[in-house]
Design a protein around this ligand. Structure first.
Ligand code: 6PG
Length: 234
């Protein structure tokens, strides 16, 4: 079982930006996280790497909305990263949420299959956040998506937290096939979820506790408030 590598720092966004930049320089496949936390990391990553040619960007999840919707994770990435890249652009595979969560999930799975072939796609880096309920991507507690093992992507008709709009999300097999998974987590509001997901023992009711890439690595980047309920030296 992969043990999380816990890093507590006053600037987890900078640490995440370095992780993203390293894979971008290696022309790898990166899945971006949504929500509010990653914005600063994306802005810093855009400043660290000028030439993104050969890089392929994916999304670990998105809301079933169009690319200009303020709830769109793609819009966050466009504003904080894509529009700030000074040199050659990456290939970007957007989740077409405006087609509805079922059609968008099927299309995204097909795109992954076209790029990675049959079997579970193994991205080089997947960036994730965590919700106060322990969810990650759009894998919410007590939902059917948690049990999906035969698809890399699935639709989520009823998310467990706002925005209450259907989602499209990577499944655990796709998350755990990554060479590197990095959680970027800030704020005391996430401290309990961090303890449940990455403490000893983890709480199996927290979906993030099931993100354990193997043979890939798991890094958890935390600011001190988010780490407040973890015991012992990090
Ligand atoms: C989403 C994200 C989700 C997010 C967490 C944390 O689509 O909402 O993928 O998993 O990472 O909810 O969100 P914040 O960074 O806004 O706290």
């Amino acid at each position: 079982m992969t043990q999380p590598r816990i890093t507590i720092t006053d600037d987890p966004a900078a640490a995440a930006a370095e992780k993203i930049a390293a894979v971008a320089r290696a022309r790898g496949h990166i899945a971006l996280a949504g929500g509010r936390t990653p914005r600063a990391a994306y802005e810093q990553a855009a400043a660290l790497v000028e030439d993104w040619s050969g890089v392929t960007l994916w999304f670990g999840d998105d809301r079933a909305v169009g690319p200009n919707d303020e709830r769109s994770n793609y819009r966050l990435a466009r504003e904080a990263l894509l529009d700030r890249i000074a040199g050659p652009a990456p290939v970007v595979h957007r989740i077409h949420g405006e087609e509805g969560y079922e059609a968008a999930a099927g299309a995204y799975a097909e795109t992954l299959r076209a790029v990675f072939g049959e079997g579970v796609p193994a991205l080089d880096l997947i960036l994730l956040g965590i919700g106060g309920d322990g969810h990650t991507a759009s894998l919410f507690p007590g939902t059917p998506a948690l049990a999906v093992t035969d698809q890399p992507v699935v639709g989520v008709p009823e998310p467990g937290l706002e925005p209450f709009v259907p989602r499209i999300t990577f499944t655990f097999p796709a998350l755990n096939a990554a060479r590197e998974v990095v959680f970027l987590i800030e704020g005391e509001g996430k401290a309990e979820a961090v303890r449940r997901a990455f403490g000893s023992p983890p709480d199996p009711a927290a979906p993030s506790a099931h993100v354990r890439p193997d043979p890939g690595t798991l890094t958890v980047l935390l600011d001190p408030p988010a780490a407040a309920q973890l015991e012992g030296p990090a």
